[in-house]
Design a protein around this ligand. Structure first.
Ligand code: XMP
Length: 319
């Protein structure tokens, strides 16, 4: 695609000019936007860039490893990639906390603290990279009247790190253009085609208190769900699909024994803008297969439910 190819050349040239020999810091989440922004920057200024990836222990199964394989020292890019395994800090802070907004705040603040600590180690930073894209620019200009959920993503850091300027190489692009640029830069499809994943991660897909055990349950269930959806090839029209862990336990039976275990909720939505969404009609065979696998393979789960609710009145995520 020559148009995005020329975008890359032009942007790289502009970034070189702007940054000169300054030092650049990027919070890399492994999401499409921050990944594409990071690779563009690395093309422009090479090892003047440092990327920090904070693993808060609330990522999907294998995600931390996958991101590190692509962007770490063994991968094809030279990003001065630093992975911070901070899961213990996050689990500790989240102990006993059940209120959704409080959970979001804790995760967001802790994220900033961890990032800030890494930034300090690097020393003087001149530029901070943000993966802001065009829809973010428009949305933040709208001034929403009611906060439904306080948002956390890797874009929200500027006050906490001492730097001269923000660079936002993607601020004129729509999501599909960002994906195109990512493909042109050779970023694997697996990352470029990723569905949205919220900053607070699985923390908001576990209703109620977050524990290591619950993280394991939702990771396993979600992995099975995504695997079966991919196998069945039914993800074409889905905007987002994932498993969440309800806070409900119920009675079940296994062999001659009574169980009292958690219920997993499966969600799949069709949406164009994530402001409204419709629950997708997944084939029953797929749901049955996923359900059987989850109750058989994931310890601690004896019931699986499908969320048929639209947004509104529900939201896409559970918290
Ligand atoms: P809701 O649950 O509000 O989600 O219907 C709408 C879209 O936003 C994503 N989401 C987030 N993304 N930080 C993010 O970067 C967040 O804190 C956050 N909360 C929700 C959600 O996954 C969906 O795509």
């Amino acid at each position: 695609d020559w148009e995005m190819g020329s975008f890359i050349d032009t942007t790289v040239a502009q970034l070189k000019e702007k940054i000169g020999n300054g030092r650049v810091l990027c919070a890399l989440s492994g999401g499409v936007d921050s990944s594409v922004a990071a690779v563009l920057l690395s093309k422009a200024v090479g090892r003047q860039l440092t990327c920090v990836f904070v693993d808060h222990g609330l990522l999907r199964k294998n995600e931390s490893e996958e991101v590190s394989e692509v962007f770490g020292p063994e991968g094809p890019y030279d990003l001065n990639f630093i992975r911070v395994d901070a899961h213990e800090r996050f689990y500790e802070k989240l102990k006993g906390v059940t209120e959704p907004e409080q959970k979001r705040k804790i995760i967001g603040e802790e994220f900033i603290r961890v990032f800030e600590a890494e930034a300090k180690k690097i020393g003087k930073v001149d530029f901070l990279v943000q993966g802001t894209i065009y829809p973010d620019v428009i949305e933040s200009g709208l001034g929403k009247s009611a906060v439904i959920k306080s948002h956390h993503n890797v874009g929200g850091l500027p006050d906490y790190v001492d730097f001269k300027e923000i660079v936002e190489p993607l601020r004129m692009l729509f999501k599909d253009e960002v994906r195109q640029v990512g493909s042109n830069l050779g970023i694997p499809d697996k990352l470029v085609r990723r569905q949205p994943f919220p900053g607070p991660g699985l923390g908001i897909r576990i209703i109620g208190e977050v524990t290591e055990e619950k993280v394991r349950i939702v990771q396993e269930a979600d992995y099975i769900y995504r695997e079966e959806i991919a196998k069945a090839g039914v993800d074409k029209n889905l905007g987002q699909y994932f498993a969440a862990l309800t806070n409900m336990r119920s009675v079940g039976v296994m062999g001659d024994f009574r169980t009292y275990d958690y219920a997993i909720a499966l969600r799949a939505v069709m949406t164009s803008d994530f402001m409204t969404a419709e629950s997708a009609q997944l084939p029953w065979e797929v749901l049955q297969k996923v359900t059987n696998r989850i109750v058989n393979e994931v310890k601690g789960v004896n019931r699986v439910m499908y969320d048929c609710t639209s947004k509104p009145p529900a939201t896409i995520e559970f918290e």
